[in-house]
Design a protein around this ligand. Sequence first.
Ligand SMILES: [Cu+2]
Length: 482
Amino acid sequence: MTERKIETSAPHATLAPSSDALSRRRVLGTGAITLAASALTTLTRPVSAAELPTPSTPLAPTPGAARIGVKDWLGPGQPGRDYQPVVVPNGAKLPWKVVDGVKVFHLVAEEVEHEYAPGIKAHCWGYNGHVHGPTIEAVERDRIRIYVTNRLSAPTTLHCHGILLENGMDGVGGLNQKAIQPGETFKYEFTLRQSGMGMYHSHHDEMTQMGLGMTGLFVIHPRRPRGPRVDRDFALMLHEWKVNVGAARPDPNEMVEFNLLTINGKAFPGTDALVVKKGQRVRLRIGNLSAMDHHPIHLHGYQFKVTETDGGAIPESAQWPETTVLVPVGSTRTVEFTANEPGDWAMHCHMTHHVMNQMGHGVPNMIGVKPGNLDAKVQRVLPSYMTMGQTGMADMGEMHMGVPKNSIPMVGGRGKHDIITMGGMFTILKVREELASYADPGWYEAPAGTMAQAAPHTDLAHDGIDVDAPSKAWADSNVRSG
Ligand SMILES: [Cu+2]
């Protein structure tokens, strides 16, 4: 065989780190932050279908059933009568109307200017003005019809992940159908044979289109409710992005260094709290269409049961308790618990890099470095220079010097007591004894005597704690007495 020289006209993005990344490293390599930024172009945003009011949906028998010859099709399930609608924090739901007994939906694939958190936006691809797309919510044995209009500059398709349907409706571009060209509208139609949580996404140029945000949740309620009645039913989509500091376009070609980790498209402090009244039964449906990472989602304060996957309901005898549920890429997991313990409970991915925001990854290790008068020396040539990171990243949450345009600090936002040093894939379950509404009730007030705080001298003396004693001695004595 002769050796072939392969030439490509593709940009050099895969060959060398971007200039953004290079300059960030070079600068941070000396422990400094610069204020370089690029302007964010403003997009004019068309009114999308998701912003239109949900049409009224009178219950219809299934007049079209005989005409179309579809079996196992019942009348359209109705919210409030047949199911308790899900809550999509920070998200939207796809409106529908009933035509001849069929639930009709319309998805519009389009570019969307999306805000991940206050301070950072990007030009993403999504549906109906949203990233991720609005949640499709329907009922087992509904007949549904989904029109997909392509307003992108590239072909696309719609794949309904985990949904049982006829092969020609499966949406894999090239395999099951021709791709939907820009300007075209395709029709998907099938009867829902199952209940549970699925997802939807483009299945054409998957790395680019899913990487830019073309995903959504697909909730199917059972025709007859199973198990204990659920009061608060939350639907959450996990995702990961690479948005270079100052850039306005996520980089879907990134394979490793994701710097924005999101729940329903939002990085903390952009995530809305999950608000629950004490005693309510809570369901969390969590889907993951990240490019590369599984997310172990950990909830504080509770043990929950894993009740469903995208493969269906888990029999009660086989449900297992957890405090962390691993949600692999291309999967959904559903967990349930009863909210008996009031408070503000953290819920987050337990991979520590997934609770950092932009700029928090891959920086040089400055822990323990003693810069001496380095700052003064460097400031003669770089006036804004400041050595950072000697005690870790927590200070970055409240930098007074500001951050580059269109970027967010490495770590989270302000909490009741101090800076919350987590960002990214982080949100808060807020359980309250009394609630007037499900609006964010503010911060939890811990009852007197139930909050960790500085130990009084009287307590130290009472318990024989000598804070100045060698710590090794305390450990040894502990072993001896144990
Ligand atoms: Cu994660």
